[in-house]
Design a protein around this ligand. Sequence first.
Ligand SMILES: Cc1ncc(COP(=O)(O)O)c(C=O)c1O
Length: 369
Amino acid sequence: MRKRIEDISLSIRQISEKARECEDCVNFHIGQPSFDTPEHVKKAAREGLDQKQAYTNYKGIEELRDQIVKEENAKKNMAGRRSITEDNVLVTVGGMGALYSVLTAKVREQDQVLYNDPCWGPYKLMSEVDGNKWVQEKFFNRDRELRDEAREKIKQSDLIFVNSPSNPLGRMFTEEQAKTLGEVSKDYGTFLVSDEVYHRLNYDREHYSPAAYNDESAIIGSVSKNHGMTGWRIGWIVAKQDHIENFGKVNRAMNACPPKISQIAAVEALKNDKHVKEMREEYRKRRDLVEKRLDSIGWSYRNPEGAIYVFPEVGRDSWDFCLEMVEKGVAMVPGESFGPESDQNVRICFGSASEEEINRGFDILEQNI
Ligand SMILES: Cc1ncc(COP(=O)(O)O)c(C=O)c1O
């Protein structure tokens, strides 16, 4: 076995295992939408079973790449900056397949990868599996200005991963922030990976892609969260054609192609997407409720503008706190796993819990802090 694989610890599993042991645990820990796949999407998949279930083109079926082109070109700040065509799209096995293809294809031995502090934990897991050198730095200050330390790290790094709407922060880039990240990474020749898998789950502001300002970039998309389709495992990469050819080689080595039936379902989800608005409105209500309950506890937090997470500061060691609370019946993710700056924060996912469950979870928290 490779030592670097043996050395990886999936410590976060402790919380899931304890949550499973406890009856009626409130699950604030998993980023799993409570919504199931919309019925019309399932119907399209059932009908799709009548087709031969063969390998598809390794880049994905044409109808799906067409829908992805429409989805990406419709992003608020794309018009006039980048024109995406089918040649710029690679369909992958989930957003994770997209991220891993980019890391594997792009990062050379001498390269350094830069992540935000905090960032979604699996980025670092992927880097560890792939053997990349990586660093974490907090990108923006409270006034949404790029910090000098972050600018310096972008200069020193070969790839930067950015994520809006953000997991775990629930924050979204303003147009200015997106522009800054795009332009600064372009000026320093740092390849930009923009993870936009939550781009349709926005509550208070428009989604702006930093990749609109830097052609040397890859946009990561997915149907998992926006459409309640985590189990279908469909994601994508948007990049320049020569990059797509290279990312495609990794995709091909790992999967040959994404499952055909899932691609058929994803076409329907992107084409007839009224369900997204309904899901978003429900998440917005849960977001409002979570803010109300956090305000009454008195924890400090930044209000979630998108995605399905909030990241309050609990004023204690995040691991101790989460291990204690899961015993009481509320499962959350310790902030420390997202980055060293967040060892007193916890991530609460409101996408997986109903309003009733959110209230029950916060009642338990209030009684036990
Ligand atoms: C920030 C972020 N990026 C990418 C993904 C990957 O999503 P999927 O592989 O289900 O498309 C997730 C899933 O939780 C995520 O939170």
